[in-house]
Design a protein around this ligand. Structure first.
Ligand code: ZN
Ligand code: MN
Length: 497
């Protein structure tokens, strides 16, 4: 983080995230929510907004939304209702969106993120349910001037999660989104594919500047839209905060009542472009949806949903630190790969009896193999038993890392156990201390110059001896043992001159 910049102003960010819920059908009708269907093929009178139709709430969508809300520590309302949000929507023919206004189904939650400065708690105002709009398709590439509309997405259930303005940097915003995505994917609430639009994010950004008299000036809030990756969110916040600071210096005065603005993010230029005055809630003329009954939720149902959630990532991170004595960093690296990955680690650690070594192997070699092979851990060629076997074999024999990686590669290739691979590769570790002492003495006798240098205070001269030993043993001697013996023998060696 740029500390020099941070001192001049404080970045204040709240995020609005829309996620598509993983339901088979839409929020108020039975149309399929499948991505990539032929345009307008998944529509019916309800979702295209014919007059006189009656929406019916999708109970499964509500269940998923409750699960998500509980996972972000929100309180579930026992009574909630639907509202119409009126607006001219080119891709929503009825010109209102069924959403939730003053009585959202959940509120007052938080999400913890792991930052380089430790754990931070980001507050959440509310999470509510609403229907999605369709998609306008503008024929820009073909040079045509016509626009078309695809209503397949219309009525897809969306969960809108509104954070408090607790986010203090672009990096924190990205971490918040990563944590949210992890949580929602693990609980199978949403696939959170930003490219397919199943996770969308707007950032409300302004800055606080401490004035010479000690009071704090706040710049007008700008809502940054059109953010199509977590990186874009991070970069746009950094850019927009600096832009507001530059503007503040130029204006050289306090801001009056400036209305909230909307800005688009141009990823290519790496800049925000301020667009229009933002609507206020009163512009939408919200009113209760007359065609839907309010929803009542019993505490029993809430507890049922909660019981079905399983262990959440934040709890898992804590547990791995406690149970396996991992660092917070290691634990985070494991947990952010998902539940199946974490279980793979736990099984390996239990079977090998060495959590730290297992974690190192898994977060380095295994992870990079999976990335290379574009595989998930459940499809990985080596079972936890096999990997634990390798970890154990390394500890027992003192096989060095380079050789161990060769054994690992052969295990992947042949599926043989670590011992068989070591035999096949001809790796016979020299573990006997007396044998190593003998080899070290021979190396010292053959390197009088190294001994003189060492006696003259050049500690690095010991490397020549170690190198000779490793050559003699074909890299099969335990490095720590060699190190120890070389230093002792060199200290004891007689000056050859
Ligand atoms: Zn429909
Ligand atoms: Mn919304």
């Amino acid at each position: 983080m740029d500390n020099a910049v941070e001192e001049k102003f404080k970045i204040v960010v709240g995020l609005e995230v829309h996620v598509q819920l993983l339901t088979k059908t839409k929020l108020f009708c039975g149309c399929s929510t499948k991505f990539g269907l032929a345009p307008n093929s998944s529509t019916c009178p309800v979702c295209i907004g014919m007059p006189g139709v009656l929406p019916v709430m999708n109970k499964h969508a509500f269940g998923l939304a409750m699960k998500a809300a509980l996972a972000i520590n929100c309180t579930i309302a026992t009574y909630t209702k639907w509202d119409r949000k009126n607006y001219y929507y080119p891709d929503l023919p009825k010109n209102f969106q069924i959403s939730q206004y003053d009585l959202p189904f959940s509120s007052e939650g938080h999400l913890e993120i792991e930052t380089s400065l430790g754990t931070r708690k980001i507050g959440i105002f509310r999470a509510h349910l609403e229907e999605d709009a369709g998609k306008s398709i503008h024929d820009e590439s073909g040079g045509g001037s016509d626009s078309k509309v695809d209503l397949n997405r219309t009525g897809t259930p969306l969960l809108e999660i509104v954070s408090k303005p607790d986010i203090r940097s672009g990096e924190e915003a990205r971490l918040y989104l990563e944590e949210l995505k992890l949580l929602l994917k693990e609980l199978e609430i949403s696939d959170c594919e930003m490219q397919e639009g199943s996770l969308r994010c707007d950032a409300n950004v302004n800055i606080h500047i401490t004035m010479p008299d000690g009071t704090v000036a706040a710049t007008p809030i700008v809502e940054v839209k059109n953010l199509n990756s977590f990186r874009a969110v991070e970069k746009s916040i950094k850019y927009e905060a600096q832009r507001q600071y530059d503007q503040f210096l130029k204006d050289g005065k306090r801001f009056g009542e400036v209305p909230k603005c909307t800005a688009g993010w141009d990823d290519q230029k790496g800049a925000t472009i301020v667009q229009r005055r933002k609507e206020e809630a009163s512009d939408y003329r919200y009113f209760p949806e007359p065609d839907l009954v309010p929803v009542k939720v019993t505490n029993q149902v809430i507890e049922q949903v909660r019981a079905g959630m399983g262990e959440l990532p934040s709890a898992c991170r804590e547990r791995l630190v406690k149970e396996y004595s991992l660092s917070r960093y290691d634990s985070s690296v494991l947990v952010c790969q998902g539940r199946k990955f974490t279980s793979y680690f736990e099984e390996t650690a239990k079977k090998s009896g060495d959590a730290k070594a297992s974690c190192n192997w898994i977060t380095n070699q295994v992870l990079s193999t999976l990335n290379e092979q574009k595989k998930e851990v459940q499809d990985f060629a080596l079972s936890p038993e096999m990997l634990a076997g390798l970890v154990t074999e390394i500890a027992k024999t003192g096989l060095n890392m380079q050789r161990a990686r060769e054994v690992y590669a052969r295990m992947l290739e042949t599926g043989e156990d670590p011992k068989a691979c070591m035999d096949a590769l001809g790796f016979k570790v020299v573990g006997d201390v007396n044998q190593i002492i003998e080899i070290v003495r021979k190396a010292i006798a053959g390197n009088p110059k190294a001994v003189i240098d060492f006696k003259n205070g050049k500690v690095k001269a010991a490397d020549a001896i170690k190198g000779a030993v490793m050559r003699e043993t074909k890299g099969m001697a335990k490095m720590e043992t060699v190190q120890e013996i070389v230093m002792k023998e060199l200290a004891d060696a007689k000056d050859p001159v």
